[in-house]
Design a protein around this ligand. Sequence first.
Ligand code: MLT
Length: 399
Amino acid sequence: MAIVNQNFLNLSGRYLFSEITSKVNAFQKQNPEADIIRMGIGDVSRPLVPKVIEAMHQATQECSCSATFRGYGPEHGYSFLRQAICSSDYKSRGIDIDESEVFISDGAKSDTGNIGDILSCDNLIGITDPVYPVYIDTNMMTGRKIQYIICTPENGFTGDIPSNKLDVVYLCYPNNPTGAVITREKLQKWVDYALANDCLLLFDGAYEAFIRDESIPRSVYEIPEAKRCAIEFRSFSKTAGFTGIRCGYTVVPRELSAAAKDGSRVFLNGLWERRQSCKFNGASYISQRAAEAVYSPEGQAQITADIDAYLDTAKIIRAAMLEMGLNPTGGDNSPYIWSRTPNGMPSWEFFDYLLEKAGVVMTPGAGFGQAGEGWFRLTAFQQKDRTIEAMNRIIKYIK
Ligand code: MLT
């Protein structure tokens, strides 16, 4: 008799964004004329930049003749991309990361979900609330105990440092969903906590490219000693519009270790290397050449212009929310804008209201955890004219 993983039965019926898609599709079916504006899932709307397209064409061309064709690539990524990451994302900021510490993948969603494979199910996991649902769902799938770290306007949505010992803590800054950033001082506190408690930090930096304030850390490794306690996840999805292309990477420093049952120390770089080479065959050559192109001077200029455009859209959303009498956070160094719902309406009720009245899709805060109830999230990834239209519609029904 095959027995299911019982833990799956404790999950909500659907993954948050699948639930939203299904609701929106049902609404569209009933209202075929409705012009729906999607500002729910953080999916980019701007096309890939020319330098990336050029690199993809060239990589495709290479694959068309036997002399330059590529089959299986190195499981952890091509050296050309790993080196570009080390020098552009880290060395340029005074951080020493070796190529062997960088693992190329098909995105941060997979890696933040899969990292649990190398960690015991007995770990007590700290997860900020509200949060990107992947961290919660994947830990629930293995039956791990979760302690929620409540994020509120009072603690700047960066959580209070726990007074008990947690084994693993997930942090994501700029934050999904609140759009909040973390100061160097606060991140230092988390690193100090992790070092003092032999706790592993899982730092999701998928939105670092949106940081415009130079005082805000872009990498956890900007904090001294963080290589002894943190894994960092990065993605090209939001940085360079790769939500469909798929490419990301994870940094597992060589000196980072965790305990085995007998108390001895095990290096996590080796474990992740073992996990990935067994379960993953690498991101495609074409995606990796595309990602490499992001680091060229033209690529950098082109993606920066795109991110600036999204940040301009974020300003439009913030201004409209202020006009509605709401008090949004995020959107300055982040593509997400987070706010309480008007009149304390429950999140999903407000979701239905906006969809039905205004034809606008947002993400209900409750989908990100209990602390998100009564809040909602809008993304700045929609096209500018559609965003203006969406805001005008919402203002009409909210004011
Ligand atoms: C989101 O909307 O929260 C993200 O787009 C989801 C993701 O990156 O997987």
